[in-house]
Write a protein that binds this ligand. Sequence first.
Ligand code: FES
Length: 165
Amino acid sequence: MVCCNTDIQEEAREIVQAIGSAPEYAIPLLQEMQRRRSYLPKDLVEAVSGETGIPVSTLFGVATFYSQFRFKPQGKYLIRVCHGTACHVTGADVISAVIAQELGIAEGDTTQDMLFSFEKVACLGCCALAPVVMIGGKIYAKLSGPKIKSVIKEYLMKESHHGKA
Ligand code: FES
């Protein structure tokens, strides 16, 4: 757990040593930061900028260009709702609306307890199973409003049991 600026400097140094400091390494540097933290914390990007000499504006400019990068912390479970064509015509909007309602968050947000992040994505590659949602790498297929509601309830129950353990 990073607790202070010294640790961030140290982490930035490790990242730059592992990846490289030339401007053409901007994307691998960002990927490594995100791999470690699950998003791009501003202070870490600034520290990597200090180590490499690549301007902060360049790093964030590159990061905003690619949808793979996140700028906010991600919850324990990332819920990715497919809004590709097949899922769209079979009810992706309903699925997203139920998730937003059940978790009380909008697309792109994370619940306050840091359990769930929710995002809409393009085709997940299993259109025959539409509408599809991926949660923490697991696919949930042929969903409906009630089905996704019970899936979320299962996760919430699992987590509340963990909390009591
Ligand atoms: S459109 Fe949703 S999996 Fe392809």
